[in-house]
Design a protein around this ligand. Structure first.
Ligand code: SAH
Length: 394
């Protein structure tokens, strides 16, 4: 077993059970991609078992902080079984569930989503890449699902020096599937869609949108960064008179149209714009348009803290425009899925957007990722998704 020796004082984060070791913390030691290593402090004391990533700035990701733990097939099976059992206990009201959420489930780099009896996995680090077959077999056995599709086409693979890989890993079948969420039917394609095909993390926020529209009787809704129209279905099912959805992806909007039809929603109550959100918001402002509810769910603008400042300006501008376009008494559901923007900072950004917009507004509710996307207490970076429900005062 190869050892990775840390520099003096660089063992603090592992003592706090944070699972990452950066390249700059290492005094000596090397291993192959994904090989299990013993991480030790400057005095050779055991700290963790981890997987080595020779090309990544995150050089080791910890599997276990228990010196007695063997990193073998049984370890992966047991860890996966715990993650799957948690989701069963959560009794998520959908057939689309995140079964494994990376670091927070003790499997750094691994994402597994279940859509009905189809599993979709992303292997985002050298460690899970090396154990791919073991993981795939265990997933099939533990879930009873007959098929597993691989979507290892994330940008994090490049940082790990791994090639992009997609395709059936176990079994095969159609890639166009139907998800049932809160009683709504949502079509998706696990091969062509974003991520593993759908944004399961926003499940409870889509329900919140539905509820605000229904309870407050909100009529005209603007759904920015709509993807396949999850929030549009939620708002229309809640009684919205009209939903305008904007996205820069044509195929996503095609799927959004199909999703309205799947739910028997009148296409006359919906407009789809294949356009840039920023430009569209400015145009609506110039035209004097206003809305009763606005959803702002942009893509990750700040992947890491290093991008936070520029991203903060972009978020502020979006939210300023959003608040200006809101009728008094209307509601803004605004989100950030940037790991580099914390909850506090996001609150500040939206507050200063409100000041710039010259509107009085109040936070009604804070939103976050659905519970099948947990954040380990030792891994605050895992808390990437945050949202605010803001009402413009009547
Ligand atoms: N709200 C969606 C998820 C949104 S993901 C849901 O609940 O499912 C972000 C979306 O923003 C993607 O679909 C992407 O195509 C779109 N997007 C990214 N940049 C954009 C831009 N500048 N203008 C419009 N859409 C954009």
């Amino acid at each position: 077993m190869k050892s990775i020796r840390l520099k003096p004082g660089k063992d603090r984060s592992l003592h706090r059970r944070h699972p990452w070791v950066f390249d700059g913390a290492i005094a000596k030691g090397r291993a192959d991609a994904g090989e299990t290593v013993r991480v030790e402090d400057a005095e050779s004391q055991f700290l963790a078992w981890g997987a080595f990533s020779p090309d990544s700035r995150i050089r080791v990701r910890a599997w276990s902080f228990d010196a007695q733990q063997r990193i073998d097939a049984a370890f992966f099976r047991a860890t996966l079984a715990r993650a799957i059992a948690l989701r069963e206990r959560l009794a998520i009201a959908s057939n689309g569930v995140r079964l494994v959420h990376g670091e927070s489930d003790g499997l750094p780099g691994l994402i597994v989503d279940r859509y009905g009896d189809t599993l979709v996995a992303q292997f985002g680090s050298c460690g899970v890449e090396r154990w791919k077959d073991t993981i795939a077999d265990a997933l099939i056995e533990l879930t009873g699902c007959p098929r597993l599709y691989e979507r290892s086409d994330t940008s994090s693979r490049e940082l790990e020096g791994l090639p992009q890989v997609t395709g059936w890993l176990r079994g095969d079948g159609p890639t166009a599937l139907e998800l049932h969420e809160h009683g709504w039917r949502l079509g998706l394609d696990i091969a062509l869609g974003h991520k593993t095909g759908y944004y399961l993390d926003q499940r409870d926020s889509r329900l919140a949108c539905h509820e605000y529209v229904r309870r407050l009787g909100l009529g005209e809704v603007l759904n920015c960064f709509s993807y396949t129209g999850g929030f549009a279905v939620a708002a229309l099912a809640g009684g919205a008179s009209h939903v305008t959805s904007i996205d820069s992806s044509g195929p996503a909007l095609e799927q959004a149209r199909a999703n309205l039809a799947l739910n028997g929603l009148d296409p006359a109550r919906a407009t789809f714009l294949d356009a840039d959100v920023n430009a569209s918001l400015r145009r609506f402002l110039a035209e004097g348009r206003q809305f009763d509810a606005i959803v702002l769910d942009p893509p990750k603008l700040a992947p890491t803290v290093a991008h936070a400042e520029r991203a903060a300006r972009a978020y502020k501008d979006l939210n300023r425009l959003g608040l200006k376009l809101l009728r008094p008494g209307g509601v803004l559901l605004t989100f950030s899925c940037s790991g580099g923007i914390g909850v506090e900072l996001f609150h500040k950004i939206v507050a200063s957007a409100g000041l710039d917009a010259g509107v009085d507004a109040a936070i009604l509710q804070r939103l976050g990722g659905a519970p099948d996307h947990p954040t380990d207490l030792t891994f605050p970076e895992g808390e990437y998704l945050k949202g605010l429900v803001v009402m413009r005062k009547p």
